[in-house]
Design a protein. Structure first.
Length: 141
């Protein structure tokens, strides 16, 4: 029987058939300004995760980690598939959301798509953009 790492057994249990890479390999999205403030409530407000992710350094969807931990410390923040023959067929996704406001529903709403390697359409023409708009902001002098 092959020898197993006591560290992995301590973390994931003694049954290797139940081990999952995403249980070790996770991504936490930390706010660049306040995410490492050392103040727990502030970090809890601005940071999101951990999210289980797949991947490794030698893949197209590469994710990496430092020695001693499997926590992701670099990843593709945006992925896209562009159809140069018809831009309306193009797809994209990025890691977090469209808002930098921690209380916005769009602060982290794209993370589940990014984690599951799911995409949404890139909108190129005004009609498609208007049809998909959640709201309109009109600025008046």
């Amino acid at each position: 029987m092959p020898r197993r790492s006591p560290n992995l057994e301590g973390t994931l249990g003694k049954n290797p058939t139940r081990w999952r890479w995403g249980d070790l390999h996770t991504a936490t999205f930390r706010n660049a300004t306040l995410g490492k403030s050392g103040i727990g409530p502030i970090e809890a407000l601005f940071n999101r995760g951990p999210f289980p992710v797949g991947g490794g350094e030698a893949l197209v969807n590469a994710t990496g980690w430092t020695t001693g931990s499997f926590e992701v410390d670099w990843l593709p923040s945006m992925r896209m598939i562009v159809d140069l023959g018809n831009l309306s067929n193009s797809l994209t996704v990025h890691t977090t959301g469209q808002s930098g406001h921690a209380y916005s529903p769009h602060y982290i709403d794209m993370a589940p798509l990014w984690v599951s390697v799911t995409y949404y359409p890139m909108l190129w023409d005004e009609q498609a953009i208007t049809a998909a708009a959640e709201a309109h902001l009109q600025l008046l002098p």
